[in-house]
Design a protein around this ligand. Structure first.
Ligand code: NDP
Length: 435
C-alpha cells in the first residue's frame, strides 16, 4: 500500500489475489526466491497522455488518456478501454492486474493490459464521440499493435467507439491489422464477440450448477447493469430456462416480476443500444413493471445474482440480504463488483461464488479468437466461435476445480482456484524468461 498511495481499487485487487497466492508461494519457494509476486504487481509500463478535442460548440476539451501494460509474459498485452468520468490510474491498474490472471485462465496466449479515459460519453453527439476517439487514438497508436498490445471495449466503449478507433489507427499506420478486437463484422470482427462475456458467464454458471447436480431451469435471477455484459447474460439466461427479473443502470433498477421474455429483452436492447436512453424507459412499454430510482437490485428475492455493472456494486449489507432471501449462487459479470467482506461472507455461508476473473473471461477469450481469425484472415461461423467459447469456459471451470477443491469443504472455492490457476502459468513464464 505504501508503494501505491491513493490507489484503493488497485490495492483491493492485489490484496484479494495475495490472500490466496501467499500460502501457495510458501509451498512453492521458487516463486518467492525470484520475487514473482513483487514483480507481477508492478506494471511493465504505464502510459498517460493528454487528449485534446473540439466539441460541437467549437470549445476545446481536454481529457486524460491512459494505457496500463501490466504483463506480457504469456502474450501481447490484451484488455479493454474504459471511457467513464470515474476512470483513474488506480481503477485501470486494478483492471489490468485482474486481466493478467483472467487472460491466463482462458488458456490463450494473451498478456494483460487496460486503458481508457475520464471522458464521459453520456450526452455527447455521435460526431463528438468520433472526434474524441480519433484524438485518443492519435496518441495511443504509438504504443499498441497487433503483436504488442491489442485493446478492446469496456464500459463506455462498444462497437461504435471501436469502429472510430480502428478507422483512426488505420489512417495513421496505413495498415489493416487486428490491432483492436470487438470490431464490426465488415472489418475483421468476430461473430459472438458482442455476446461473449454474457454468454460465457452463463456457461460458467451452468458448470457451477451441474457440479451440484442442478440446472438453470426456473431459477429466479437478478442482474445489475444493462450494458453489453448484462444484456447478453440476460439473453442466455432466458434461453437456458432461467427467469431474469431485474436489470439496472446508474440511475436505478427495473423489476419485472413475470421475467423478461426474449421479446421484452429486444425492447431493452433498443432502448440502450439504439436510443442510448435510461433503463426506466422500459416502463413506457411495460407499465406493469416497477422502477426503483437510485437503488440496486439486490433486495429482490432470487436464486442467482449476477452483478454486471461495475466495481464494488455489491457490499456486505447486500450480501446479507441476498442470503436471507435464499440466494444460492453469485457469479460476476463485472470486474470486482463484490467488496472483499461480501466475498468472505458468501464463502463462509456456503453460497457459491464465481469471481469475475473466471466467470467473465468469455469476452476476452473470444477477443483472442478474433485475433486468431485476423491472423489467418478467416471468419469463423457463429456456431464454431460459440462452441470454442463454451469449451473455454468449461476449461476455466476445470482449472478452478483443480486448485479450489478443499478437503472437508462442500463447495469448490472458485475464489482461490481462479487466483492460483491464473497465477501459475504467468509465474512459470516469468521464471523461464529471467529477470
Ligand atoms: P457498458 O458500458 O456496456 O455497461 C455498463 C453498465 O453498468 C451500464 O448499465 C451502466 O449504467 C452501468 N454502470 C456503469 N458504471 C456504473 C456505476 N458507477 N454505478 C452503477 N451502474 C453503473 O459496459 P460493459 O457491460 O461492457 O461492462 C460492465 C462490466 O463488465 C464492467 O465491470 C466491465 O469491466 C466488465 N467486463 C466487460 C467485458 C466486456 O466484454 N464488455 C468483459 C469482462 C468484464 P449507465 O448506462 O447508467 O452508466
Amino acid at each position: 500500500a505504501s508503494k501505491n498511495p491513493n490507489e484503493s481499487e488497485f490495492i483491493q485487487a492485489v490484496t484479494e489475489v495475495s490472500e490466496n497466492i501467499l500460502p501457495f508461494i510458501e509451498e512453492n519457494p521458487r516463486y518467492k526466491k525470484f520475487k514473482i509476486l513483487e514483480r507481477i504487481t508492478e506494471p511493465e509500463r504505464v502510459i498517460q497522455f493528454r487528449v485534446t478535442w473540439v466539441d460541437d460548440k467549437g470549445e476545446i476539451q481536454i481529457n486524460k488518456g491512459y494505457r496500463v501494460q501490466m504483463n506480457s509474459a504469456i502474450g501481447p498485452y490484451k484488455g479493454g478501454l474504459r471511457f467513464h468520468p470515474t476512470v483513474n490510474l488506480s481503477i485501470l491498474k486494478f483492471l489490468a492486474f485482474e486481466q493478467v490472471f483472467k487472460n491466463s485462465l482462458t488458456t490463450l496466449p494473451m498478456g494483460g493490459g487496460k486503458g481508457g479515459s475520464d471522458f464521459d460519453p453520456k450526452g455527447k453527439s455521435d460526431m463528438e464521440i468520433m472526434r474524441f476517439c480519433q484524438a485518443f487514438m492519435t496518441e495511443l497508436s504509438k504504443h499498441i499493435g497487433a503483436d504488442t498490445d491489442v485493446p478492446a471495449g469496456d464500459i463506455g466503449v462498444g462497437g461504435r467507439e471501436i469502429g472510430y478507433l480502428f478507422g483512426q489507427y488505420k489512417k495513421l499506420k496505413n495498415e489493416f491489422t487486428g490491432v483492436l478486437t470487438g470490431k464490426g463484422l465488415e472489418f475483421g470482427g468476430s461473430l459472438i464477440r458482442p455476446e461473449a462475456t454474457g454468454y460465457g458467464l452463463l456457461y460458467f454458471v451452468e458448470c457451477m450448477l451441474n457440479e451440484n447436480a442442478d440446472t438453470l431451469a426456473d431459477k429466479v435471477i437478478t442482474i445489475s447493469g444493462s450494458g453489453n455484459v448484462a444484456q447478453y447474460a440476460a439473453e442466455k439466461a432466458v434461453e437456458l430456462g432461467g427467469k431474469v427479473v431485474t436489470l439496472s443502470d446508474s440511475s436505478g433498477f427495473i423489476y419485472d416480476e413475470k421475467g423478461f421474455t426474449s421479446e421484452k429483452l429486444k425492447t431493452i436492447f433498443k432502448i440502450k443500444n439504439e436510443n442510448y436512453e435510461r433503463i426506466s424507459k422500459y416502463l413506457e412499454y411495460h407499465p406493469e413493471a416497477e422502477y426503483y430510482p437510485n437503488e440496486k437490485p439486490w433486495n429482490i428475492a432470487c436464486d442467482i445474482a449476477l452483478p454486471c455493472a461495475t466495481q464494488n456494486e455489491l457490499n456486505l449489507e447486500d450480501a446479507i440480504i441476498l442470503h436471507s432471501n435464499g440466494c444460492k449462487l453469485i457469479a460476476e459479470g463485472a470486474n470486482m463488483p463484490t467488496t472483499p467482506d461480501a466475498v468472505h461472507y458468501f464463502i463462509a455461508n456456503d453460497i457459491l461464488y464465481g469471481p469475475g476473473k473466471a466467470t467473465n473471461a468469455g469476452g476476452v477469450a473470444t477477443s483472442g479468437l478474433e485475433m486468431s481469425q485476423n491472423s489467418i484472415r478467416q471468419n469463423w461461423s457463429r456456431n464454431k466461435v460459440d462452441s470454442y467459447l463454451k469449451e473455454i469456459m468449461i476449461k476455466i471451470h476445470e482449472q478452478c476445480k483443480t486448485y479450489g477443491t478443499e478437503p472437508y469443504q462442500k463447495n469448490i472455492n472458485y475464489y482461490k482456484g481462479a487466483n492460483i490457476a491464473g497465477f501459475v502459468k504467468v509465474a512459470d513464464a516469468m521464471l523461464a524468461q529471467g529477470v
